[in-house]
Write a protein of this length. Sequence first.
Length: 501
Amino acid sequence: MSAGVESRIVIVGCGISGIAAAHKLIKAGFNHVRILEATARSGGRIKTGKFGDNIIEIGANWIHGPSEGNPVFCLARQYGLLDPEALKPENQAVDIGGHPPWIANVFTSSGRKLSIEDVYPAQQMFAELLVECSAFHERGGEPWPSVGQFIRTEVLRRAAEKWKVADAATRSLQLCMISTMLKVECSINGTYSMDDVGLGGYGIYKCLPGLDCTLPGGYEGLLRKLMSELPADVVTYNQPVRCIHWNNTEKPDTHVTIECQDGKRVAADHVIMTVPLGHLKKHYSTLFHPPLPLHKMHSIQRFGFGTINKIFVEFDSPWWDKDCEVIFLVWEDEDAIVDKVQDVPGSWIKKLFGFTVVKPTDRHSHVLCGWIAGHESEYMETLPEQEVLHAITQLIRMFTGNPIITPRRVLRSQWLNNPWTCGSYSYPSKGCSLQDLENMMEPLPSKPSLSQPLQVLFAGEASHPSYFSTVHGALLTGWREADRLISHYSSSHLPKPKSKL
Ligand code: 6YU
């Protein structure tokens, strides 16, 4: 390991995975670790903002599965960033498969407020089907290529048996609620439609126990703590990377050269790439020279990366129940079990499944967070904010039956439009397997030797074999690649790097 401490390591991207990798390497004694970040800030898809006097999360929201096995939970606890509720052993023991039992208000497109019992049969059937979807990964033999196709077919089959005594209106309402639940699932999975999520791949994602919790002071509090433990000059901001030249043969001491967009060239022994899969999908053909091996390219193309956005809406006063945590919107013309709209410019708003309540701890909230996934979400990003406000106003008036409700203002995220992310997060699209995640995490070269030493390593949320799409998954991949380098230098047969940054 003493040989490695002088090696030049460049990390591309200062999101949680890049920060985690830097942390581990610097703690292990590496002296020349540097992060190149395209933007003026650290955090990437962790982004906390203010909306009126509310703290809002524009990117990651929850610690999914806050329990001992979750390093984000453990760090947040260590730094004192969690509410006492989240620290309770009972909270950590809850195992609900990633779907918190939120208290819901349900409204329909004819302006009716339903009781939760009214839609319970649909919710129950949907929850059972998701559990069944997860099992296909281990068991194999999936009857349909996608989660969407399986759910649609099974709902129709089971509805014919279970709801045969119900009247037509009741049956139709249950099917409309299934459409809403599919849209919820699109937002959770970060996909365009559940027809794009592979039935065999769905169960690759693993949930940790623990009732999802937020960081009351904002997710960026965790970043500030982690960054404060790194040397002040470790990150170069506003430094987008254009190309990684690896396998350099001209200069034997410099295996990798990082070419930045401003023309600057940085020599390194190793690079850890943490750029999002969305950015990789768009730029992999120019981002590496020589090009990536074919199997890696194919997995980058194959694995899914979708868009979800949030629309924060502020009101003079709340129109939802005091204990409400989520509002579901049920379109009464959607009994065909649909999770995408035909006419995106005309009806994009129908993809918004509803809202979560942004909860300040001290008072009844006035702010909702709307969730919208897919192409409809991408279209929403192109609209002027005033038009989004207008669409939300009409939507809420329609569903509450109150023609005078007027939101004060909105603020929406635009994750597709962010050139360094190009979407929100990854999902296992149709035809994907664990092998794709393994290909994406494979370093270059995959089998280092004396003539071809370890050069480019891959971290980032979309390279975790079971926790992709999450902050804890991203953090673990940063640690994993740092460990790869640490053990690389623990193996005595490998060459000692010769020069310094
Ligand atoms: C979580 C949550 N959450 C909502 C929304 C989003 C995400 N996630 P980064 O992108 O952070 O860093 C890369 C850096 O690289 C960045 O700074 C770039 O500027 C830079 N860069 C790029 N190109 C460059 C270049 N060329 N040169 C130099 N620099 C460059 N996760 O745990 N809880 O509630 C949510 C949510 C709207 C957008 C989330 C959530 C995902 C996390 O935010 C994300 O994984 C990590 O922050 C990524 O860190 P990173 O370091 O890898 O990249 C089947 C099935 C699937 C089931 N999935 C369900 C899981 C549910 C996931 N839930 C998400 C939900 C929400 C609401």
